[in-house]
Design a protein. Structure first.
Lengths: 108, 108
């Protein structure tokens, strides 16, 4: 998309991208640990298929969440804060109104 | 399906079902061990998604393979022997012509 919300400076976009990258690393490292733990506890086929269902759901969630679009970083950032993968102080550098919007959405 | 190949006696059907059950137990126990090993070796997200792909493929394969139909036990039994989950001597009790057909298909 050529059209972008004009109020995001290049610096702010970079901050958003880095925040997403940080959150992605945290979430995926936690997922790797979780999958290893779940797998080590498998004793029957139901556990295997449950793990498979869980991985499919996680893939859908993560692929969608980190599919960064310049037009909607506010929502992505708010979701990541709400889920605990990002801290609001990692958005330092964004304008106060953007941080306020993110914080408000993260509380919903 | 009400129609069944008439040449399978009840005893033979029972032998086929038990052979399938034996193979299912072997294959799924091996899969559980394999998944635990694969998961313990996960270090990055590519490994996670590879595991997910593998589980989806295995589910498709196993769900289809053990979906027993009276009409086609010859093919299922041959496939299981070919894959190593069943031994031909576990089909003792089937008529010689059926065992010969299974053995011929398993070599294909």
């Amino acid at each position: 998309m050529q059209e972008q919300a004009p109020e995001w400076s290049e610096t702010e976009k970079q901050i958003a991208r880095e925040a997403l990258s940080t959150a992605y690393t945290r979430e995926t490292e936690a997922l790797i640990t979780e999958i290893r733990q779940k797998a080590s506890a498998i004793t029957q086929m139901n556990d295997v298929w449950s793990l498979s269902d869980y991985l499919n759901a996680k893939r859908y969630d993560i692929d969608g969440k980190y599919d960064y679009r310049d037009s909607t970083p506010i929502f992505v950032l708010a979701k990541l804060i709400k889920e605990g993968w990002l801290h609001s102080d990692e958005l330092a550098g964004l304008t106060p109104d953007k941080r306020a919007k993110v914080a408000a959405l993260a509380r919903m």
